[in-house]
Design a protein. Structure first.
Length: 172
């Protein structure tokens, strides 16, 4: 700092040096570094989280299973995330089921289902005789971050109530 005295005023000159915090490439797994004043932040690629994008988010490698279908509802289930069969890093907090009409692009999320609850989801108020697609995402406990969705399952609602009744008779 340099102070110059001119007519009872002090002029302060500061030398500011800008440092590019991203020059050391601190973000991992193809994360994008954003330079900030006195720091940086990482924008992580899908499937990664953490300060440096160091954590691979968990993902189920298998599609959910169809448990039941009626003319207006479909019930799915899935197995628990397993480090020997699935990708990503534990610990696991919850699962989020998703569904959509097969032809649409918009996924609808179901409720967050904790790991100590039944790993099952029932989608209600669906359209009759319509193909739906289901998938499940895993939520990692530490960052409370949602991993990529699992492979999807396609299930069609039934045509009418008679088919539901007939199907139940055949399997009971």
């Amino acid at each position: 700092m340099l102070c110059l005295h001119c007519m009872n005023y002090c002029l302060i000159l500061l030398q500011i040096t800008e440092t590019n915090e991203c020059s050391s490439e601190p973000c991992l797994n193809e994360g994008e570094c954003i330079n900030r004043v006195n720091g940086f932040s990482c924008t992580c690629k899908a499937g990664f989280a953490g300060t440096y994008c160091e954590t691979e988010l968990p993902v189920l490698n298998d599609a959910p299973i169809s448990e039941d279908a009626s003319n207006t509802s479909i019930t799915i289930s899935w197995r628990a995330w397993d480090p020997d069969m699935d990708d990503g890093d534990p610990p696991i907090l919850a699962y989020i089921p998703y569904y959509r009409m097969d032809a649409s692009d918009e996924w609808i999320s179901g409720p967050r289902i904790l790991t100590n609850e039944t790993l099952q989801f029932k989608a209600d108020n669906l359209e009759v005789d319509t193909l739906y697609e289901f998938s499940v995402a895993v939520v990692r406990e530490v960052e409370n971050a949602e991993g990529p969705r699992s492979p999807s399952l396609k299930v069609k609602t039934l045509c009418n109530g008679f088919q539901t009744w007939q199907s139940q008779l055949m399997f009971n």
